[in-house]
Design a protein. Structure first.
Length: 291
């Protein structure tokens, strides 16, 4: 299959990532089938598109005709076969649980046309952990978007040992058609590129905080003003959720048994106190007044 042959994109999951990937693909001219097991989530995704598209028209980013076309391109359903049965390229963005993703890939393999490429947007699960349940491992790879997917330009395309040259090339070309700046990883590695670099920064920032070298505010200020990052590591963790940091580190520690992978004392303390960041009103910073 060539990139020009892709007419319809399937998106599995209409959560944080899935709904934005679906709207992005629809704006870029693709028919989109988006499936979620949760009807409420689909309704939220529909409502998002209903508001977002006219908003882009008001800002002069889309014409009325383009917004109408994007809306017409979108289909939100709870039945996977109905939504994705004729998709040429699928991006799975369901909950980050391995067994769930394996079940989804098994089903996708059964309902998708033989030429369809199946990718996962997982942040940490490499595609070799799901490719084996399909009859087309050469057509499986990671395609990792960043949050918010409508805005962030990077996509990590990760080749597994099973991924064909053609599939990796197609995922790169499709990312460009979606107006992204993709990067290709020639082999699988835990955390890919971006989350590895981010973890290194976060771990060092936490080490400095735990050693009492500087406050979270001053470490954030240094990273913003010296390195030019838009957000410091503590502000960013408050945004993405300290519970997420905790779970990711614990999961990694269970896998490796390496004490260096354990969450730092500060992360454990904040996790136990439910100081998870913006979502609970307090993390490294206090948001209670903003709620
Ligand atoms: P989310 O919890 O917001 O959404 C997941 C959605 O999947 C939910 O709406 C859920 O109902 C749906 N779902 C669960 N089982 C399903 C099934 N069998 N079929 C269809 N839908 C199903 O999660 P998210 O933050 O959007 O993350 C989705 C994926 O994207 C994960 O693999 C995550 O690692 C990855 N990711 C997340 C981020 C982020 O910042 N949140 C960034 C990049 C990648």
């Amino acid at each position: 299959m060539r990139v020009d042959d892709i007419q319809k994109i399937g998106v599995v999951g209409a959560g944080n990532m899935g709904h934005q990937i679906a709207v992005l693909a629809a704006i870029r001219g693709y028919k989109v089938g988006c499936v979620d097991i949760n009807e409420k989530q689909l309704q939220k995704a529909r409502e998002f598109a209903e508001k977002y598209l006219p908003g882009r028209v008001a800002k002069g980013k889309l014409t009325e005709e383009q917004a109408r076309q994007a809306w017409d391109n979108l289909e939100f359903k709870t039945n996977m076969k109905e939504a994705l049965g004729d998709a040429d390229f699928v991006i799975e963005a369901a909950t980050e649980k391995l067994e769930l993703k394996r079940d989804i890939f098994r089903e996708l393999d059964q309902i998708s046309p033989p030429h369809a490429v199946l990718t996962t947007n997982s942040s940490f699960i490499v595609s070799s952990m799901v490719a084996g349940v399909t009859s087309r491992p050469e057509k499986v790879c990671n395609m990792h978007f960043f949050n918010p997917a409508l805005v962030m330009k990077c996509v990590e395309v990760v080749r597994g040992p099973h991924t064909s040259e053609e599939t990796a090339k197609l995922a790169m070309e499709l990312s460009r058609r979606l107006n992204k700046e993709p990067v290709e990883l020639q082999k699988e590695i835990y955390g890919f590129l971006v989350n590895r670099i981010l973890s290194a920064i976060n771990n060092e920032a936490l080490y400095l905080l735990d050693q009492g070298v500087a406050s979270a505010e001053d470490i954030d200020s240094a990273v913003v003003n010296a390195l030019g990052h838009p957000l410091g590591p503590f502000k960013l963790q408050d945004l993405t959720g300290i519970d997420l940091t905790y779970h990711i580190m614990m999961e990694r520690y269970r896998e490796t048994g390496d004490p260096a992978d354990k969450p730092s004392p500060t992360i454990v303390e904040k996790y136990v106190k439910k100081e998870w960041g913006q979502k609970t009103g307090k993390g490294f910073y206090d948001y209670s007044r903003e709620q």
